[in-house]
Design a protein around this ligand. Structure first.
Ligand code: PMV
Length: 325
């Protein structure tokens, strides 16, 4: 009745942005990500007959309120699946993702929780089944089941049974690197959940975003297969810009960018003009992630250090999927 699992964060190269079902967390487009190395959550779940409710501890502190509710509601799905609806658990999580890094730690968090809880309660799930359940905690988390490149297939069915991630290429297929550029000025950000909803409900650009996604996805899959850095980078950067454009056309409009975000984006464009291959991607926050190849790491770091708004740069590479400890 006890299991421990570790899951890494992932970074989307083709973004998940929009739900067609809020309750089941079903997306309006496929997305594709790279699971990173060394940015992870470790979670132990122990089900106990004597408990009358779940107890959730994160980094040594008991969690209550909205964060607790999300965890316990997610465990209800696992309990139901196992036919053990009145069995509660102690959940202990440790985040080894720098909080300021602007990585959705919900991805590593829900992937580790789903894996540990399903194993502890005795469900023997395939990767596909685990990904499908993980999706219900946080959409992007369903891609963290796999190492390397993974694609979340949106599916078509109303019940979500065909909406889960599949592996595209293992971590050792290609040594693509990611640098997370941490910026000084924090703005109060719209949560990805609220941002997506506002975009779907009101953005004049939402239809264009959805319609242009399949071509991006096909192109990037070809690029990954051929290890074509420019092809992958160009598509990832353009896909990110399109996602962020939808927020500007929402009612009321919003953006995750700050002036520091823009400075880094412009620096990346300058790097390219100077013959340094680098591309950017941005999620639901101001920080920027750079895509680069190992031989340019030093040069890119030097250029980033010249920007005064940059407080820290976290370097990562392709990582592994779920592991059980
Ligand atoms: O799974 P969520 O609700 O944290 O949404 C993540 C959305 C983005 O990070 C912006 C894009 C993505 O595909 O990860």
């Amino acid at each position: 009745m006890k299991a421990t699992a570790k899951a890494n964060v992932n970074i989307a190269l083709i973004k998940y942005w929009g739900k067609r079902d809020e309750e089941l967390i079903l997306p309006t487009n496929n997305s594709l990500s790279l699971t990173l190395d060394g940015l992870y959550t470790t979670t132990t779940v122990q089900f106990k007959e004597e408990l009358t409710e779940d107890v959730f501890t994160l980094d040594g502190e008991k969690v209550t309120g909205v964060a607790f509710k999300r965890v316990t509601e997610f465990l209800n799905i696992i309990r139901k699946e196992a036919g053990k609806e009145s069995l509660y658990a102690e959940i202990n999580s440790k985040n080894d993702v720098p909080t300021a890094a602007g990585f959705a730690s919900s991805a590593s968090g829900f992937a580790a929780l789903a894996a540990a809880a399903s194993k502890a309660i005795g469900l023997n799930l395939s990767d596909e089944e685990l990904s499908r359940i993980t999706r219900r905690g946080s959409g992007s988390a369903c891609r963290s089941i796999y190492g390397g490149f993974a694609e979340w297939q949106m599916g078509e069915k109303d019940d979500g049974s065909d909406s889960y991630a599949v592996p595209i290429a293992p971590r050792d297929h290609w040594d693509l690197r990611i640098a997370a550029v941490i910026l000084t000025d924090k703005q109060k950000s719209v949560s990805s959940r609220d941002g997506m909803k506002r975009t779907v409900d009101s953005s004049a650009f939402f239809q264009g975003w959805v319609e242009s996604n399949p071509a991006d996805l096909e192109g990037i899959k070809e690029g990954i297969k051929a290890r074509d850095f420019h092809k992958v980078g160009e598509i990832a950067e353009a896909n990110c810009l399109k996602m962020h454009a939808t927020t500007l056309a929402a009612k009321p409009p919003f953006t995750y960018w700050t002036d520091s975000t823009m400075k880094v984006m412009q620096e990346v464009q300058k790097m390219r003009a100077d013959g340094i291959p680098a591309y950017f991607t941005i999620d639901a926050g101001p920080n920027v992630k750079l895509l680069y190849l190992p031989e340019y790491e030093e040069t890119i770091l030097e250029r980033l250090k010249e920007i005064s708004d940059v407080t820290e740069v976290i370097l990562s590479r392709a990582g592994e999927g779920i592991t059980y400890l």
